[in-house]
Design a protein around this ligand. Structure first.
Ligand code: NAD
Ligand code: AKB
Length: 311
């Protein structure tokens, strides 16, 4: 490390969730085990208990651990959030305000994810970076507020509009796009899946490896290269219907069957775009996805099979 450089010390909130489980591993590989303080409201080994509603608790942890960078992942996702809209607002907005306040006081950089849920039914089906943000879900509204705070809070705060994320190390955490994770477990262990959205539902999706890489690349970019989309860059992975996902799974498990029994989550899915236009992220910090649908399916099935046979 060059003389005079402050060592990177990282705080991760919501670290036990779908993204945190993988991001903490990668950050610890990069910056060292002891430089990454994983926290969550839930208890687990290797994780400090921290509720993001506890403003004083956040501040003292940031101060005592000499934190330089915060990855703020604690939130309620769309399906859980729409069932508890007041709680969703408190955790996603008030919790974020608490984290921003600590970041401002101690000069930390902050990563706080946005979502494709910022878009509403009036958005073009191929969502541009800049368009009206009129989400119909409370969850989406909290993400729009988060993007505004990123640009108005006078700290180095950055965000990505993650698509639905597909991964195998931790379960999906109560979102609308959870079907694209659950379907793999059902295909491998039950042979059948009752899908809660229609077969023709098309949404933007991304493999977790791409999402983690995007997060690190955005945080490594120089602040000068980032423009007015800094609070929530569109990033595209791939886009497919559930029918196309089932077809791709059939390449590995031909006997797998899927039924379609739409519930309220269909409404949230229908209010979101089909695909994402990510030219600004490509231009400003070099974003490029690597995983298409078939590659995601190959990796998910291989990794889930391997993890089951080694357990
Ligand atoms: P998740 O639900 O899997 O994990 C969230 C974690 O936050 C959980 O471990 C939970 O225990 C914790 N948490 C909840 N309330 C808390 C509180 N009050 N204090 C501290 N911790 C608390 O979510 P995720 O998928 O890992 O998502 C992380 C972030 O990324 C969220 O902001 C989410 O909106 C965003 N995002 C995720 C996706 C996706 O598909 N996973 C897509 C778009 C955006
Ligand atoms: C959800 O479905 O709520 C999340 C998201 C797209 O923000 N996966």
């Amino acid at each position: 490390m060059p003389m005079g450089t402050v060592p990177t010390r990282i705080l991760v909130t919501g670290a036990l969730g779908q993204i945190g489980t993988e991001l903490v591993e990668v950050l610890r590989d990069k910056y060292g085990e002891k430089s990454v303080i994983a926290t969550d409201i839930r208890e687990a080994n290797g994780c400090t208990q921290l509720d993001v509603m506890d403003a004083e608790g956040i501040e003292s942890l940031v101060q005592n651990e000499e934190i330089t960078d915060i990855y703020h992942l604690a939130a309620l996702l769309s399906a859980t959030g729409e069932k508890n809209p007041d709680l969703c607002w408190s955790i996603n907005v008030d919790g974020l305000v608490n984290v921003i306040s600590a970041a401002k006081k101690y000069g930390c950089r902050l990563f706080s994810p946005s979502s494709i849920a910022v878009f509403g039914p009036d958005c073009p089906k191929h969502a541009p970076q800049v368009t009206g943000l009129n989400p119909s879900t409370v969850y989406g509204k909290t993400k729009v507020v988060g993007e505004h705070l990123a640009m108005s809070s006078e700290i180095d705060m950055r965000g990505l509009r993650y698509p639905g994320l597909i991964s195998w190390k931790a379960p999906a955490g109560g979102g609308t796009t959870d079907y694209a994770v659950e379907i793999f477990h059902a295909a491998l262990y039950e042979g059948h899946y009752n899908c809660f959205v229609r077969e023709d539902t098309r949404l933007p999706m991304m493999y977790m490896d791409d999402a983690i890489r995007a997060t690190l690349e955005l945080m490594e970019a120089s602040l000068d290269s980032l423009g007015t989309s800094r609070g929530g860059y569109n990033i595209a992975g791939c886009s497919f219907t559930v029918g196309e996902l089932v077809e791709s799974i059939h390449r590995h498990i031909p006997e797998f069957t899927c039924s379609f029994i739409p519930d309220i989550r269909q409404n949230y899915a229908d209010s979101w775009p089909d695909s994402i236009e990510d030219i600004v992220a490509r231009k400003e910090w070099g974003w490029m996805p690597e995983f298409n649908l078939d590659r995601i399916v190959d990796e998910m099935i291989l990794n889930l099979r391997n993890s089951q046979s080694s357990s």
